[in-house]
Design a binder for this molecule. Sequence first.
Ligand SMILES: [Zn+2]
Length: 285
Amino acid sequence: MRLDDSRESDNVEDRRGSGPMIGGRGTIGIGTIVLALVAMYFGVDPRIILQLAGGGAPTQQQQAPAHAPPADDSRARFVAKVLGETEDTWTQLFKQFGNTPYVDPKLVLYTGATPTACGTGQSAMGPFYCPGDSKVYLDMSFFDEMKRRFQAPGEFAQAYVIAHEVGHHVQHLLGISDRVDQLRRQNPSQGNALSVRLELQADCFAGLWAKHADSARHILEQGDVEQALNAASAIGDDRLQKRSQGYVVPDTFTHGTSAQRVRWFKRGLDTGDIKQCDTFGASQL
Ligand SMILES: [Zn+2]
């Protein structure tokens, strides 16, 4: 990935090393196991996590003071540049859509656990977006896990993960997530199927972002797209379920299969057209 010309976003909130730690190293309880399973689905809807964690009420904990990451931290600067790329791209695209202006989300870097408007965020959940405070939460150790455990290394694979979470923010701004919540309440048995469509759309939005950011500033290098496709495929639900259980149970899919994730990311990337990201109207995913 080539980010030399990219601006660093000011919207990175660095809470690393200052947040409350929940569950020290070496303690493994049922909760930890549940969260570890959830961890395999990055970008999970935090409301789903809260159900699993048995919580639900937004936390009122004292927030660690927010500050920007140190200038010599190359990994944090990389995240800030990718976030800046998403800001510039979506601001532009929202202008084309018409009425709604794009509002930048914040991205919180943390380690271990941190309070969010959606409950306590834990790194075992993987990166996620909380619509309650419009923030993306990221423990960068997830990138190490992608590389080691999912064999999905590379900067652009990481950028795809960030862009997917920003995709959820776009869905929030466009009112899509609210509509899906409504539908979910009316029709609980469709909950999983709706989640899959929401997730695949976030993948499509990630591809859309990459297409427009690359047209504007040539951020893609040889092999980058393959990295992202590899990541999308490595973290598909079927692949993850096979790894953890040895078999696949389609009813419990919430992110889509590897093939579906690849297909929708690619659709956004190839067309650059948001209308092509209508996973809700698509008869086939
Ligand atoms: Zn997601």
